[in-house]
Each structure stands twice: as C-alpha cells, then as structure tokens.
Design a protein around this ligand. Structure first.
Ligand code: PLP
Length: 402
C-alpha cells in the first residue's frame, strides 16, 4: 500500500470460490511455535490429523496429506494410479476438468475427453455408453470433477458409480472434490470412489498449502503396478510413516494444527447442517441473481452448485471490468471467469465459514455495484434473498430438506 492510499476500513469480503476466508479460530490454532516433526508432540498431531480427516472424506482407508496445492494432489492421483500410455476417460465440465486432462496428457496418459458446453454436469449415461463400448477394458479409469468451480456446476458422483457398475467395467473411479469436500455431501467409501483429490483452501477453511488424496484398497493395490515416475507423491513412501503419525519428509506442521481445528469445527456444526447451510446460501444467491434479471451459467437445476454461482454478464458488458468496480468500490473480491468464459461470467463464492448476513453483505455489494457500473439490471435481488433467508429461518427443517 502506498502512503497516499487511504486505509480501507472493515474486513475485506473474500467472495471468491476459494481460498475461502479463514476463521479466526483456525488462524489462532496455527499461531504456534514450529515443533520437531520427528518428535513425540508431532506424532500426536500427525495421528490426529490423519485419523480425523477420514471422517470428512467418509472413508476407513488411507488419506494422504501433502504439502502441496490441489494441483499436486491431482498429480499424486495420476502418478500413483497409472502407467505411461494408459487410457482414461475424463469429462469436460469446465476449466478445472480441462486442466486435469491437460496434466494427464503431460504425464504421458491418453485421456479421452467427453466434451460439454460448460453449462451442465457430467452425464452418467454418456459415461456408461462409452464404458459398454470398451469391450477389452482398455479404459483404466473414469475421472470427474465433483464441483466444477469455474462454472458452478456439480456432477452426480453416485449415479456415475452406478453407470460404471452397470457397464460391469473394472475402471478405477477418480473424483476431484477440491471445492466440494466439507461443503456438500461426499462419501468416499459408500459411493465406491477409488481416489479422491482435495485441497485445503476451500471447504476445509484453511490457507492454501495442503493437498489430499484418499485411496481405496483397490487403488492402493493397483498403485503397486502403476509405473508412471513418482517420488514426492509416492503413496508407498507415505504408508509406513503415516501408520504411526509421521511423514517421509517435513510436513506443513502448522497447517496440520489448523486442519485438526477445522475438522473439530466441521463436526461441532455437524456436516449435515453445514451442507444444508451451503444449499441455503446458494439458493439465496440464485434468487438474487434472478431478481436482478441476470442469467445463471448452469442450465440444469439438478447440477446447481452449493459452493459457487457463476453469473453471465449482459451482452456488451465485461465481467472483469465489473469485478474491478466491485473491488474498488466495496472492497469485495468476486471470482473471475476462466478461459472459455473469461470476461463473460463472474462468480460469487458462498463456501466456508459464511452465515446469512455475510451472504447478504456480498449480495448487496453486487447489487449496488451493478448500479455503480451502469450494468442493466432490475432492483430487488438482494430483497428476494432476504425474503428467502427469513422464511428459511422461520422453518429451518423445511429449508434443510430443499
Ligand atoms: C481450486 C481447484 C483446483 C486446484 O487447486 P489448487 O489448490 O489451485 O492447485 C482443482 N480442482 C478444483 C475443482 C478446484 O476448485
């Protein structure tokens, strides 16, 4: 900040779909001396982190924790699962699915990409059809992004599992839950997922810096024959030390303090109540968008994201210019449109430690900024969100069921 820039009062509104704002309680939990990562105090922390994270993935098998971003966890998932030249089936739900596919190409895999228009989720029918045609079982895996953060679109993980089973296909099932875990229901074991990828800075409410892969028994067994080069991310090196609470190299000690605190917070609220809260805030946001007369990018209500809403700008108006107005006028960061939808959409994140009033603050900021920026819209979107949230507060059970 230059000396001449006046101080901006109050808390910055970080309404991007990750990193999400980090609660004070987590910041305080991490504000500690760095300890010996080979000592007994760390071992207690390591054990707690490695055990309790399983309750969030809903798995009894291993969750590997890396000092990496979500992209690192993508790489861990691929290098521990495949051999050079392996065919895998991936689904284009948006920017993140495309990046994961590009990574697979770089690693020497042969991804087949089912294309889409970025406005709906992965279609289990199309996946099943492709697997049924693969008589010789050349396809080694199906890889899908659970919540496509670039478009605000979710994909039906359970139905895709059913499609794989119905096709009687042995493919591994890999899911990116980077922006879904701890924001919407996910069950690694019950839904038959083999490798689940996640990162720390979205639903887990932590700063960036941890990557996760949960691996089923089948995935771990399969990894013994996967010959893609791997070293930093090798599950094999993790399994032994992890069993007693340690890591093969220096872990992100202080982020692990934050992680166990975050997991406590998730369970103190209750995961089901938390999932309902995210759905409620997403619904409030969509009502606001419709009230403004703007268009939601996702065209299929079954695929609406409880984490982020992507909104199309009216023709002739640039989304990035609008985001600039929002930041400069109201000190709020909104998500940008990425690659194919750059400049065409902006995104409102409604994940992490949010409540009705923070969401309404964000929505009123957007509504006022539409006015400031001269973007054609109708008034009253925020009012529609208020009406909905007030109604939901009067009958919490009913709104949780929606
Ligand atoms: C954020 C995100 C990623 C990438 O994670 P990084 O931590 O930025 O490497 C991958 N997939 C999805 C769905 C994401 O939202």
């Amino acid at each position: 900040m230059s000396k001449n820039t006046p101080r901006i009062p109050g808390r910055h509104f970080l309404q991007i779909p990750g990193p999400a704002p980090v609660p004070d309680r987590i910041l305080r939990a991490m504000d500690r001396a760095v300890i010996d990562h080979r000592g007994p105090e760390f071992q207690q922390l390591g054990k707690r982190a490695l055990d309790s994270i399983k309750t969030v993935f809903k798995t009894k098998s291993n969750v590997f924790i890396y000092p990496s971003s979500g992209t690192g966890a993508w790489e861990a998932a691929l290098t521990n699962s495949f051999s050079p030249g392996d065919k895998i089936l991936m689904y284009e739900t948006g920017h993140f699915a495309t990046l994961w596919k590009n990574m697979a190409v770089r690693m020497g895999l042969k991804p087949e990409f089912i294309e889409s228009d970025w406005r709906t989720g992965a279609d289990p029918e199309k996946i099943g059809e492709r697997l049924r045609a693969d008589k010789n079982h050349e396809i080694k895996a199906v890889c899908v992004v659970h919540n496509e953060t670039s478009t605000g679109i979710t994909s039906p993980v359970q139905d895709i599992r059913k499609a794989i089973d119905a096709a009687k296909h042995p493919a591994l099932f890999l899911i990116d839950t980077v922006s879904a875990l701890a924001s919407m229901d996910f069950r690694h074991d019950e839904w038959g997922v083999d490798v689940t990828v996640c990162g720390s800075q979205k639903g887990l409410m932590l700063p960036p810096g941890l990557g996760f892969t949960a691996a089923s028994e089948k995935a771990i067994k399969n990894s013994k024959n996967a010959t893609l080069p791997k070293s930093f991310f090798a599950w094999d090196d993790m399994i032994g030390p992890n069993a007693v609470g340690f890591f093969p190299y220096t872990p992100a000690t202080n982020l692990l303090y934050g992680l166990v605190e975050a997991i406590d917070m998730l369970h103190e609220e209750g995961l089901d109540r938390l999932f309902a809260r995210h759905k409620r805030h997403a619904e409030a946001t969509r009502r606001a968008v419709r009230g403004w007369g703007l268009e939601i990018l996702c065209t299929d209500p079954k695929c609406y994201s409880p984490v982020v809403t992507a909104i199309l700008m009216p023709q002739g108006h640039d989304a990035d210019q609008f985001r600039k107005t929002v930041l400069e006028t109201f000190d709020m960061s909104l998500g940008a449109g990425l690659s194919k939808v750059a400049g065409k959409v902006f995104r409102i994140g409604h994940l992490g430690d949010t409540n009705d009033l923070t969401i309404l603050g964000a929505l009123s900021g957007v509504e006022m900024a539409l006015e400031v920026a001269g973007v054609p819209h109708k008034k009253g979107g925020t009012q529609a969100a208020m009406d909905y949230l007030a109604q939901a507060a009067k009958s919490p059970m009913q709104s949780a069921a929606e």
